[in-house]
Design a protein around this ligand. Sequence first.
Ligand code: ATP
Ligand code: MG
Length: 569
Amino acid sequence: MYFSKMLIPTLREAPSDADIISAKLMIRAGMIRKVSSGLYEFLPLGLKALRKVETIIREEMNAAGGQEVILPLLFPKELWLETGRWNVYGKELFRLKDRKEAEFCLAPTAEEGITDLIRKNINSYKQLPLMLYQFGTKFRDEIRPRFGIMRAREFLMKDGYSFHADEADLEKYYKIMFDAYTNICKRCGFKFRAVEAASGAIGGSFSHEFMVLAETGEEEIAHCECGYGANTEKAETLPFEPLTEELLNMEEVFTPDIGSVEDVSKFLNANPEKFIKTMIYIADNQPLAVLVRGDFEVNEVKLQAYLGANELVLADESTINDITGAPCGFAGPVNLKKKIKIIADLSVVNVKNAVVGANKKDYHLKNVNAGRDYKYGESADLRKIAEGDICPRCKKGKISFSRGIEVGHAFKLGTKYSKSMNASYLDTNGKENLIVMGCYGIGVTRILAATIEQSHDENGIIWPDNIAPFEVIIVPVNFADEKTKEAAEKIYNELTAKGLDVLVDDRDERAGIKFKDADLTGIPYRITIGEKNLANGNVELKARKDGKEGIKLLKPEDAVAELLNIFKK
Ligand code: ATP
Ligand code: MG
């Protein structure tokens, strides 16, 4: 391809609303343009890179036995009513009506669609197992679309679904998909981790998120040297060893205008580990109190899952007043004004002689002990894991945190969808069984952005060889010079004949501008043809990832040979 013929509108500056380096660079490199919040156009260079990611994913899905299909983007409401997700999905679901007032949604994911296809076309064990996948646009009305194509309202996803006769077969296939996802991440050149994304209660491996490690990632990952990794939203925590401590008498202490754990700890000269915070929540209109140690936070994702609640919110000031009889900051489990359910996080069950709010303005209680001074109904793992915690898996190492971008998600669905939509098959005995399912999503557009987050410098993008829109850029310093042009075209023809994707910067621009654009667009290898070097029989070869010191002066045929060698052509 010739630069002058392509639409590559590079920019010196990123627009002011581009909020992350990958978005800035993709826009500056002329790969994407923003249409409106969370909606982007892919320009030729952006699409070329996207197709490379798609190819890697397609190859891995096919190698794992997947078959490609295309489902509609528009789904009738009735399908979504069957699984209940029409109501559960909430505002993220784009809904619309046709001319006859029939309701539809734009697919945010396609479990309903694929399960409908399967129940109509699979009836025997002989047709199982099966894995179908598609590359499809997904629509989600995100609360806060941001970070360019990383959290968009319309994006490209590869979603795959597998169908099995039983759990054991799903388990076996899940491992194959796990490996396929690992291969995809490796081929994209990612530094990544596959982390547990659901509590270990169900074996610790029923859902995995593939996280690209990056400071700008929205997700927080807890990990241990033993190999354990989990999203901090889901990571399990362990109870603490009981301390042998004499139980002291409970005392009320005056703590004027001091409500926060930090301030009360200082005031009473007590360690935050002695403090029990009492958080009042409303779960599906029911108030409840959650007790957690002063130095930890309640994990609302865990709490909501534990309660099986559709909605969970912290109680507002007036509700807290109503329930505890005191303003915010003085809630405690002893003598709550209203009798509500109290759940203790595992971190508090062994705390002796605790400090708690007294349910009375400006007062706390010291030396409070569960059983003697108050009772909780149940205890569970409800807190957010913290750095320095003992690893819940090896029970020895210490937990550290990193940030990550979730690019993929593999999930054992079991019979969740086949049950509600009645997708079954007849087994060898002619008995009807529900089909067991797995689902595997990967954000194709998000992968592009994640790659740039991990691989760029102050001059622009540095594409890994596998997903670069072009593998080589030829920069003739003066394309109008006949000999230069001839040399450029010869190299171009030799490389493209072997299947390399090559861009020739044939523009009538200064060399400095061409070099800047070559760096910005991140093409991995640059061949520069200058008149002087050429007169001596040489061209320059430089890898994008190397600095000027990496420039090699080579004969054109040697430069071609070296590139063919690098790309194994
Ligand atoms: P997140 O926690 O980031 O919202 P999710 O759990 O909603 O992600 P899934 O439903 O598992 O995501 O979707 C599968 C994949 O689709 C994700 O791993 C991610 O790569 C991609 N994805 C999800 N939401 C978006 C979005 N708004 N924009 C771009 N890609 C997305
Ligand atoms: Mg989401």
